[in-house]
Design a protein around this ligand. Structure first.
Ligand code: FHN
Length: 483
């Protein structure tokens, strides 16, 4: 046997073993899935890497539901304002006429984009069509669109252009639920007529998605919602093909885990427990508790300012989050390898409400000083201490401090193989901070303290930047206590 033959045979065995291994991984829980995930590993391409580094995003829910703003004929609907059509007090017929009054005089996409830039958002998600089915672009496939409102102009285009020109990546939100389409249904179709009209709805949905990709080629991804209906869940083969088609049409396209179900009806994670889509899209108004909760996946948290209002509601009720609540959620998200996206609901005239503008400004002021601890940062691999959250970028470690200890000492605990702190300073002005070595604990972890100057008073969360270095050689002289 020649050397060349040996090499090619070795290569053949190697490839076969890899393939067997990959197949074993995909079916490792016993399900030989056709429409589960098609990729076990995380995406490593530049588009996904860019997504991973955003840190902070903006969501905008806008549509004709912003006109009633949670009220109809003098009564207040306390549910999510964008769901008002489903409220008994408002008839579907009345709701479906609202678009005839949609002529938002204050809408200015550049102003919206400016608010997002000032807040520090790196990406935005925009509702092209919510559950009501009203399209903010001039879709060829229905008349229920902005083109038939008094406003007439393509709002999706205005938003995409304004944000893109500000350097903010745009993702298009698209609801599969469509209360306006005659073929849409939530239950699985049973009769031949129902099946026929659901087929028409599926084709309509496909057409609209292809239309969005064709109209707005600069977008980075599609953000799906309303995919929980049994009718949609049952369509695993069709939705799988559609996802492939969308990805082929738009290389690099990012789609989260909400789009489709596998053949057993499992959503987000397939029947083998593997993430479907490029990132986990289930963290809605909720954050993971710790790194185990995210199972090594990419993920994104989307958050409302009040309890559960996405579209404009003129009378928020319940707890309204402060800028520091939101900054803490942002810090926690990044510290656990996620992005944090804050929702805005402009009013029926297109104005972003003052409360949201103020929050964006406050977050932006904090981001201007502390963005190094957010953009491009990741989980630091360290046990969280009571003072706040760690993030990391290369050999820089960031401490985002929300609770300054009474003794002004921040405890840091490093596992055995970790790099150790060399220099520390306030991120804000680079003032040096003393590092005190604190010995080891029983797990052989090394403890350090950062000593905050006693006179350091801040009313805001602050960030400490730590240069990390490999000190393991010096470290090995330490003797462990024996008990
Ligand atoms: O029903 C919608 C809701 O109105 C809002 O759009 C959120 C945003 O993720 N999604 C649905 C609920 O999950």
């Amino acid at each position: 046997m020649t050397l060349k033959n040996i090499e090619s045979k070795t290569l053949f065995y190697f490839v076969t073993i890899c393939l067997l291994h990959a197949t074993a991984c995909i079916t490792n829980s016993g399900h030989d899935l056709k429409h589960g995930t098609h990729r076990i590993e995380k995406r490593t391409d530049a588009d996904m890497q860019c997504w991973r580094e955003y840190g902070l995003g903006q969501f905008i829910h806008w549509g004709v539901y912003a006109i009633p703003g949670g009220h109809w004929q003098g009564k207040a609907y306390i549910g999510a304002a964008e769901w008002i059509r489903s409220w008994d007090e408002m008839s579907d017929e009345a709701y479906d006429q609202l678009y005839k009054d949609f002529n938002p005089a204050d809408f200015n996409a550049q102003q919206w984009a400016k608010i997002a830039v000032d807040m520090g958002a790196k990406y935005m998600i925009f509702t092209t069509k919510h559950h009501d089915g009203f399209c903010l672009w001039d879709s060829r496939y229905t008349d229920y669109t902005i083109a038939h409102s008094p406003y007439k102009k393509d709002i999706v285009k205005e938003v995409v252009d304004a944000y893109t020109s500000e350097g903010i990546d745009v993702y298009l939100y698209f609801s599969i639920i469509d209360w306006n389409h005659p073929g849409y249904r939530s239950k699985a179709p049973e009769t031949d007529d129902e099946k026929q009209s659901y087929e028409e709805f599926k084709q309509f949905t496909r057409n609209q998605l292809l239309e969005l990709l064709a109209n707005y080629p600069t977008i980075k991804g599609l953000w799906f919602d309303g995919t929980w209906d049994q009718s949609w869940v049952n369509e695993s083969a069709w939705t799988d093909n559609l996802e492939k088609e969308l990805r082929e049409k738009h290389p690099g396209l990012i789609i989260g885990s909400r789009f489709r179900a596998d053949e057993y009806g499992k959503r987000h994670f397939d029947s083998n427990g593997q993430l479907m889509g490029d990132y986990e899209q289930g963290w809605e108004r909720d954050l993971p508790g710790n790194i185990e909760d995210v199972h090594g996946n990419d993920w994104e948290c989307i958050m409302t300012v009040p309890e559960n209002q996405w579209g404009y509601h003129s009378a928020w009720t319940g707890y309204v989050k402060t800028a520091y609540d939101l900054i803490e959620m942002l810090a926690k998200s990044v510290s656990l390898n996620g992005n944090f996206v804050l929702n805005f609901g402009p009013d029926g005239q297109g104005a972003i409400r003052p409360e949201e503008t103020r929050l964006a400004m406050e977050i932006g002021e904090w981001m201007k000083i502390n963005h190094d601890a957010i953009y491009g940062c990741e989980y630091a691999g360290l046990e969280t201490q009571g003072w706040g959250y760690y993030t990391r970028k290369g050999d820089k470690l960031y401490l985002i401090v929300f609770n300054k200890p009474i003794d002004n000492r921040l405890k840091l605990v490093f596992p055995k193989e970790s790099l150790l702190p060399d220099k520390a300073c306030f991120l804000k002005d680079k003032t040096a901070i003393e590092i005190i070595q604190g010995g080891k604990n029983k797990k052989n972890n090394t403890i350090f303290y950062l000593s905050i100057p006693v006179n350091y008073t801040v009313g805001k969360p602050f960030v400490i930047e730590v240069d990390m270095t490999d000190k393991r050689k010096e470290d090995s002289v330490y003797q462990q206590a024996r008990t």
